[in-house]
Write a protein that binds this ligand. Structure first.
Ligand code: IPE
Ligand code: IPE
Ligand code: MG
Length: 239
Protein backbone atom coordinates (compact mmCIF):
# COMPACT_ATOMS: atom_id res chain seq x y z
CA UNK A 1 0.00 0.00 0.00
CA UNK A 2 1.31 3.43 -0.87
CA UNK A 3 2.41 5.36 2.12
CA UNK A 4 1.50 9.02 1.97
CA UNK A 5 3.26 9.86 5.24
CA UNK A 6 6.49 11.84 5.23
CA UNK A 7 9.50 9.99 3.85
CA UNK A 8 12.14 9.26 6.47
CA UNK A 9 15.54 10.64 5.69
CA UNK A 10 18.42 9.63 7.91
CA UNK A 11 19.83 12.43 10.04
CA UNK A 12 22.57 10.51 11.83
CA UNK A 13 24.61 8.00 9.88
CA UNK A 14 27.34 5.77 11.28
CA UNK A 15 29.89 3.90 9.17
CA UNK A 16 32.16 0.97 9.99
CA UNK A 17 34.72 1.50 7.25
CA UNK A 18 36.03 -2.04 6.88
CA UNK A 19 38.08 -3.74 4.18
CA UNK A 20 41.18 -1.54 3.70
CA UNK A 21 43.56 -4.44 4.32
CA UNK A 22 41.85 -6.87 1.96
CA UNK A 23 41.57 -4.16 -0.69
CA UNK A 24 45.34 -3.56 -0.45
CA UNK A 25 46.10 -7.28 -0.74
CA UNK A 26 43.72 -7.63 -3.68
CA UNK A 27 45.59 -4.82 -5.44
CA UNK A 28 49.08 -6.07 -4.47
CA UNK A 29 49.67 -3.00 -2.33
CA UNK A 30 50.94 -2.45 1.20
CA UNK A 31 48.29 -2.46 3.94
CA UNK A 32 49.08 1.19 4.66
CA UNK A 33 48.17 2.01 1.04
CA UNK A 34 44.76 0.51 1.70
CA UNK A 35 44.29 2.79 4.70
CA UNK A 36 45.47 5.76 2.63
CA UNK A 37 42.93 5.03 -0.10
CA UNK A 38 40.32 4.55 2.63
CA UNK A 39 40.93 8.05 3.97
CA UNK A 40 40.40 9.53 0.50
CA UNK A 41 36.96 7.88 0.32
CA UNK A 42 35.93 9.64 3.53
CA UNK A 43 36.30 12.97 1.73
CA UNK A 44 33.72 11.96 -0.90
CA UNK A 45 31.28 10.58 1.63
CA UNK A 46 31.52 13.73 3.74
CA UNK A 47 30.76 15.87 0.69
CA UNK A 48 27.79 13.69 -0.14
CA UNK A 49 26.59 13.82 3.48
CA UNK A 50 26.58 17.61 3.28
CA UNK A 51 24.62 17.40 0.02
CA UNK A 52 22.14 14.96 1.52
CA UNK A 53 21.60 17.27 4.48
CA UNK A 54 22.64 14.80 7.19
CA UNK A 55 23.15 16.27 10.66
CA UNK A 56 25.97 13.96 11.59
CA UNK A 57 28.26 11.36 10.15
CA UNK A 58 30.02 9.17 12.71
CA UNK A 59 32.86 7.04 11.40
CA UNK A 60 34.89 4.23 12.93
CA UNK A 61 38.57 4.89 12.28
CA UNK A 62 40.32 2.79 14.96
CA UNK A 63 38.91 0.47 17.61
CA UNK A 64 40.28 -0.41 21.06
CA UNK A 65 40.96 -3.87 19.59
CA UNK A 66 42.96 -2.45 16.67
CA UNK A 67 45.85 -1.81 19.09
CA UNK A 68 46.54 -5.54 18.70
CA UNK A 69 47.67 -4.96 15.09
CA UNK A 70 51.32 -4.89 14.00
CA UNK A 71 53.20 -1.84 15.28
CA UNK A 72 54.11 -0.71 11.75
CA UNK A 73 50.43 -0.63 10.75
CA UNK A 74 49.47 1.37 13.84
CA UNK A 75 52.32 3.83 13.18
CA UNK A 76 51.11 4.23 9.58
CA UNK A 77 47.56 4.91 10.79
CA UNK A 78 48.79 7.55 13.27
CA UNK A 79 50.65 9.28 10.45
CA UNK A 80 47.57 9.08 8.23
CA UNK A 81 45.44 10.77 10.89
CA UNK A 82 47.89 13.68 10.98
CA UNK A 83 48.13 13.88 7.17
CA UNK A 84 44.35 13.68 6.75
CA UNK A 85 43.82 16.54 9.20
CA UNK A 86 46.44 18.69 7.46
CA UNK A 87 44.89 17.89 4.10
CA UNK A 88 41.20 18.08 4.80
CA UNK A 89 40.65 20.70 7.52
CA UNK A 90 40.57 23.69 5.12
CA UNK A 91 37.88 22.03 2.95
CA UNK A 92 35.91 20.85 5.97
CA UNK A 93 35.94 24.41 7.26
CA UNK A 94 34.72 25.71 3.93
CA UNK A 95 31.85 23.22 3.98
CA UNK A 96 31.01 24.17 7.59
CA UNK A 97 31.74 20.65 8.79
CA UNK A 98 32.52 20.48 12.52
CA UNK A 99 35.04 17.81 13.33
CA UNK A 100 35.04 15.91 16.61
CA UNK A 101 37.16 12.95 17.66
CA UNK A 102 36.02 10.58 20.40
CA UNK A 103 37.40 7.52 22.16
CA UNK A 104 40.68 7.14 24.06
CA UNK A 105 42.47 9.50 21.71
CA UNK A 106 45.13 10.23 24.36
CA UNK A 107 46.60 6.76 23.70
CA UNK A 108 47.77 8.04 20.31
CA UNK A 109 50.50 10.28 21.70
CA UNK A 110 51.21 13.97 21.82
CA UNK A 111 51.61 14.58 18.07
CA UNK A 112 48.20 13.11 17.22
CA UNK A 113 46.51 14.71 20.24
CA UNK A 114 47.83 18.16 19.31
CA UNK A 115 46.66 17.70 15.72
CA UNK A 116 43.20 16.61 16.88
CA UNK A 117 42.96 19.66 19.14
CA UNK A 118 43.94 21.86 16.22
CA UNK A 119 41.36 20.21 13.90
CA UNK A 120 38.56 20.57 16.44
CA UNK A 121 39.40 24.19 17.17
CA UNK A 122 39.79 25.10 13.48
CA UNK A 123 36.45 23.57 12.50
CA UNK A 124 34.56 24.69 15.57
CA UNK A 125 31.43 26.52 14.56
CA UNK A 126 28.23 27.13 16.51
CA UNK A 127 25.86 26.15 13.74
CA UNK A 128 27.51 23.53 11.59
CA UNK A 129 26.21 22.10 8.34
CA UNK A 130 27.42 18.63 9.32
CA UNK A 131 29.06 17.13 12.39
CA UNK A 132 31.78 14.69 11.45
CA UNK A 133 32.54 12.48 14.45
CA UNK A 134 35.56 10.23 14.24
CA UNK A 135 35.88 7.24 16.58
CA UNK A 136 39.57 6.86 17.33
CA UNK A 137 40.72 4.39 19.95
CA UNK A 138 37.05 3.80 20.59
CA UNK A 139 35.25 0.72 21.87
CA UNK A 140 31.57 0.51 22.73
CA UNK A 141 32.23 -1.69 25.76
CA UNK A 142 35.01 0.63 26.98
CA UNK A 143 32.60 3.55 26.64
CA UNK A 144 30.04 1.76 28.82
CA UNK A 145 32.75 1.17 31.44
CA UNK A 146 33.71 4.86 31.31
CA UNK A 147 30.06 5.95 31.54
CA UNK A 148 29.49 3.70 34.55
CA UNK A 149 32.55 5.06 36.37
CA UNK A 150 31.53 8.67 35.63
CA UNK A 151 27.96 8.26 36.84
CA UNK A 152 29.00 6.20 39.87
CA UNK A 153 31.44 8.91 40.94
CA UNK A 154 28.77 11.62 40.48
CA UNK A 155 26.45 9.57 42.68
CA UNK A 156 29.09 9.04 45.37
CA UNK A 157 29.91 12.78 45.29
CA UNK A 158 26.18 13.39 45.75
CA UNK A 159 26.00 15.41 42.51
CA UNK A 160 23.12 13.28 41.29
CA UNK A 161 20.72 10.80 42.85
CA UNK A 162 20.39 7.21 41.63
CA UNK A 163 16.73 7.79 40.77
CA UNK A 164 17.74 10.69 38.50
CA UNK A 165 19.80 8.45 36.21
CA UNK A 166 18.10 8.30 32.82
CA UNK A 167 18.94 7.97 29.14
CA UNK A 168 19.92 11.64 28.92
CA UNK A 169 22.37 11.27 31.83
CA UNK A 170 23.90 8.23 30.13
CA UNK A 171 24.22 10.09 26.83
CA UNK A 172 25.87 13.05 28.55
CA UNK A 173 28.36 10.78 30.28
CA UNK A 174 29.24 9.03 27.02
CA UNK A 175 32.14 10.07 24.82
CA UNK A 176 29.91 9.59 21.77
CA UNK A 177 28.62 12.94 20.51
CA UNK A 178 25.43 11.56 18.90
CA UNK A 179 22.42 10.24 20.76
CA UNK A 180 20.83 7.89 18.21
CA UNK A 181 22.13 6.52 14.96
CA UNK A 182 19.45 6.23 12.26
CA UNK A 183 21.46 4.31 9.69
CA UNK A 184 24.54 2.18 10.30
CA UNK A 185 26.55 1.01 7.30
CA UNK A 186 29.34 -1.59 7.40
CA UNK A 187 31.44 -2.25 4.34
CA UNK A 188 33.79 -5.19 3.83
CA UNK A 189 31.18 -7.94 3.78
CA UNK A 190 31.22 -8.99 7.44
CA UNK A 191 27.98 -8.78 9.37
CA UNK A 192 29.09 -7.68 12.79
CA UNK A 193 29.36 -4.56 14.91
CA UNK A 194 32.98 -5.04 16.11
CA UNK A 195 32.43 -2.98 19.26
CA UNK A 196 31.28 0.19 17.46
CA UNK A 197 28.47 2.28 18.94
CA UNK A 198 26.49 -0.13 21.10
CA UNK A 199 24.08 2.05 23.06
CA UNK A 200 23.48 4.46 20.18
CA UNK A 201 22.44 1.82 17.61
CA UNK A 202 19.47 0.58 19.64
CA UNK A 203 17.09 1.47 16.76
CA UNK A 204 19.48 1.92 13.86
CA UNK A 205 18.72 0.41 10.49
CA UNK A 206 21.80 -1.67 9.70
CA UNK A 207 23.13 -2.19 6.19
CA UNK A 208 26.01 -4.45 5.27
CA UNK A 209 27.71 -3.64 2.00
CA UNK A 210 29.66 -6.32 0.20
CA UNK A 211 32.45 -4.04 -0.96
CA UNK A 212 35.78 -3.10 0.60
CA UNK A 213 35.78 0.43 1.99
CA UNK A 214 38.25 1.80 -0.62
CA UNK A 215 35.81 0.62 -3.35
CA UNK A 216 32.78 2.24 -1.67
CA UNK A 217 31.57 5.30 -3.56
CA UNK A 218 28.92 8.02 -3.52
CA UNK A 219 26.54 5.84 -5.52
CA UNK A 220 26.78 3.04 -2.93
CA UNK A 221 26.18 5.58 -0.18
CA UNK A 222 23.15 7.02 -1.96
CA UNK A 223 21.79 3.51 -2.43
CA UNK A 224 21.96 2.95 1.34
CA UNK A 225 20.19 6.26 1.96
CA UNK A 226 17.53 5.38 -0.62
CA UNK A 227 16.97 1.97 0.96
CA UNK A 228 16.64 3.64 4.33
CA UNK A 229 13.89 5.90 2.99
CA UNK A 230 11.81 2.84 2.08
CA UNK A 231 11.92 1.36 5.57
CA UNK A 232 8.94 1.54 7.87
CA UNK A 233 10.51 2.42 11.21
CA UNK A 234 8.07 1.30 13.88
CA UNK A 235 10.05 1.83 17.10
CA UNK A 236 8.00 -0.90 18.73
CA UNK A 237 4.65 0.60 17.81
CA UNK A 238 1.81 -1.12 15.92
CA UNK A 239 2.08 0.84 12.72
C1 IPE B 1 39.37 -1.09 8.43
O1 IPE B 1 40.02 -1.86 7.48
C2 IPE B 1 40.26 -0.01 8.98
C3 IPE B 1 40.76 -0.25 10.35
C4 IPE B 1 40.38 -1.22 11.12
C5 IPE B 1 41.76 0.68 10.86
P1 IPE B 1 40.82 -3.16 7.86
O2 IPE B 1 42.25 -2.82 8.03
O3 IPE B 1 40.20 -3.85 9.02
O4 IPE B 1 40.63 -4.04 6.57
P2 IPE B 1 40.41 -5.60 6.51
O5 IPE B 1 39.18 -5.92 7.27
O6 IPE B 1 41.62 -6.22 7.12
O7 IPE B 1 40.29 -5.91 5.06
C1 IPE C 1 36.22 -2.57 12.68
O1 IPE C 1 36.95 -3.31 11.80
C2 IPE C 1 37.02 -1.37 13.13
C3 IPE C 1 37.14 -0.29 12.16
C4 IPE C 1 36.60 -0.27 10.98
C5 IPE C 1 37.91 0.84 12.60
P1 IPE C 1 37.90 -4.51 12.26
O2 IPE C 1 38.56 -5.01 11.04
O3 IPE C 1 38.79 -4.09 13.35
O4 IPE C 1 36.86 -5.55 12.84
P2 IPE C 1 36.95 -7.13 12.93
O5 IPE C 1 38.27 -7.45 13.57
O6 IPE C 1 36.87 -7.66 11.55
O7 IPE C 1 35.78 -7.52 13.73
MG1 MG D 1 38.75 -5.28 9.12
Amino acid sequence: MANSSKINTPKHVGIIMDGNGRWAIKNSLKISEGHKKGVSIVKDIVEESVKQDLSSLTIYAFSTENWKRPKAEVTAIKKLVIDAINDQVPELKEQRVRLKFFGHTYDFGRKVIDKIDYAEQETHIKKSKLDLNVALGYGGKQDIVDITKKIASSVSAKQIKIEDINEKVIHNASSVPVEDIDLLIRTGGDKRISNFLLYQIAYAEIMFVDKYWPDFNRKDFLKCIDNFKKINRRFGKRK
